[in-house]
Design a protein around this ligand. Structure first.
Ligand code: UGY
Ligand code: MN
Length: 261
């Protein structure tokens, strides 16, 4: 984040921002306006809190830059709270209350069900970028989610709703035990959703590559790698990829498998 002075003496960052805040509806948060937050138990970590209930989300998302020797030794997670960790870039040692230590690299992820904590440490010499998520688990009689550790590079993608130029990867099992899932959607240059979605489920989305135009509640906004988008319940949504070489792809959460209250 640089503060460049322009010819009339103001910093460019003070004159405009692509950020949009429509609380309860949708938000676009580009990386250049993000501030660092201190979050207890995250040592040597530059944390930024993204979606919260103050924005209208029923989950909390974070971006976390784990500096060399950065760690969370007390654990991320709590009673009643499920958590998810995704390695956007770099390396990380992780363990949970019910698994041994594993080494994750870019594309690696961990889901821990309510009551199970994730512990991590960056033992490498470079900073590691993470995306973190937590949500109160919505119980269902007989349902018992379990810890999942994987890497998206080892998962098979499938055509999204019959469109070969839009590929979908599911990171968690599509089972009733889970009340949410994480997915990656990738749009080849020129590809788009088949229709404007209108649904009760919420999304927090981190753009991993490319660029495009996103319809957020019928506002068309340019988006690109590094942006974060919150799409609240019933917020209209669709996009198309505008890049030439790279797909527009994003990691996003979606609640599922539960009736409405
Ligand atoms: O799964 C979804 O609801 C997804 N297609 N939404 C989105 O990309 N905005
Ligand atoms: Mn959607």
């Amino acid at each position: 984040m640089g503060y460049k002075t322009n010819q009339i003496g103001y910093t460019k960052e003070l004159l405009s921002s692509r950020a949009i805040m429509k609380r309860g509806n949708y938000a676009l948060i580009p990386p250049d306006g993000l501030v660092k937050n201190v979050v207890p138990n995250f040592e040597n970590c530059e944390m930024t809190i993204l979606s919260t209930k103050k924005l209208g989300a029923s989950f909390v998302d974070y971006i976390c830059k784990v500096l060399p020797n950065g760690k969370n030794v007390k654990g991320f997670g709590d009673e009643g709270i499920e958590v998810f960790l995704y390695v956007v870039k770099g390396k990380l040692s992780v363990k949970t209350d019910d698994t041994e230590t594993k080494e994750l690299s870019t594309g690696g992820y961990v889901y821990a069900p309510a009551g199970v904590k994730i512990y991590f440490e960056n033992t490498s010499e470079e900073a590691t970028e993470l995306f973190l998520y937590k949500k109160r688990y919505q119980e269902l009689e007989g349902a018992k989610p379990y810890t999942v550790i994987g890497n998206v590079n080892e998962l098979k993608s499938q055509a999204y709703e019959g469109m070969e130029d839009v590929q979908l990867v599911d990171l968690l099992p599509a089972e009733i035990d889970f009340d949410m899932n994480f997915h990656i959607l990738s749009f080849a240059p020129g590809a788009s959703h088949g229709y404007i979605e209108t649904h009760v489920q919420e999304h927090g989305a981190l753009l991993l590559s490319g660029q495009g135009m996103y319809n957020l509640d019928n506002d068309w906004v340019p988006v690109q790698k590094g942006d974060y988008i919150f799409m609240g319940a019933y917020s209209l949504q669709a996009c198309y990829a505008t890049g030439r070489d790279e797909p527009l792809s994003y990691l996003y959460s979606k609640d599922c498998h539960r009736d409405a209250e």
